[in-house]
Design a protein around this ligand. Structure first.
Ligand code: SME
Length: 155
C-alpha cells in the first residue's frame, strides 16, 4: 500500500498548469493529496504571514488551529529548521499542538517558492501511529517543489 507519487505528481501538474495564484495552488494540492490515501486524516497548509508566524491556509479535515508560532509544534519545527519533520508518535514530540485528539503521527514539509523562500509548511496528520515514511517525504516534497516554483506569492 502507498501512494503512487509519480501519478499524483502528474495529476497535480496537469490541474495546476498555467496557474500561479498561491492559494489556488494550495487548494488543489490539498484536495489531491488528501484523497490519495486513507492514512491522511488531516491535510493542509500553514502559511508564513509574518516574522516567525504561521497561519492556517487551505486544508481538508476537521478544523485546525489558526495561528502557530515558529517556536511551537511540529509545524513550527519545520518552519524553523526548513527540514521535513516525520513524527511517528506525536505524544513523544515536545510541544506538539493537538488540534485533533485522534492524531497519532504526522509529517510536515517546508514549502518554498522558486527563489527558495519559505512560503508555508504542508502538514498531514494521521490517526494511525507511524503512518509516514521517507517515501512519503520524497514524493510529497517533489510535488511541493514543482508546484510552488512559479507561485506568485502573497498567500
Ligand atoms: N499538529 C500540528 C498542529 C497543526 S494541526 O494538527 C492541524 C503541530 O504540532 O504543528
Amino acid at each position: 500500500m502507498g501512494v503512487d507519487y509519480p501519478d499524483l505528481a502528474r495529476t497535480v501538474a496537469a490541474l495546476c498548469e498555467g496557474e500561479d495564484d498561491t492559494v489556488a495552488l494550495m487548494a488543489t494540492v490539498v484536495c489531491e493529496v488528501h484523497h490519495a490515501d486513507d492514512r491522511f486524516d488531516w491535510t493542509g497548509f500553514y502559511r508564513v504571514v509574518g516574522p516567525e508566524v504561521l497561519k492556517i491556509g487551505p486544508y481538508q479535515g476537521g478544523h485546525g488551529c489558526l495561528v502557530i508560532p515558529f517556536s511551537r509544534g511540529v509545524c513550527g519545527a519545520a518552519a524553523r529548521t526548513g527540514e521535513v519533520q516525520l513524527v511517528d508518535d506525536v505524544e513523544a514530540f515536545p510541544g506538539h499542538i493537538a488540534c485533533a485528539a485522534s492524531t497519532r503521527s504526522e509529517i510536515v514539509l517546508p514549502v518554498r517558492d522558486g527563489a527558495g523562500r519559505l512560503i508555508a509548511v504542508f502538514d498531514i496528520d494521521s490517526d494511525r501511529p507511524a503512518a509516514f515514511t521517507e517515501a512519503d517525504a520524497e514524493g510529497l516534497q517533489a510535488i511541493l517543489d514543482r508546484t510552488f516554483a512559479g507561485a506568485a506569492g502573497g498567500a
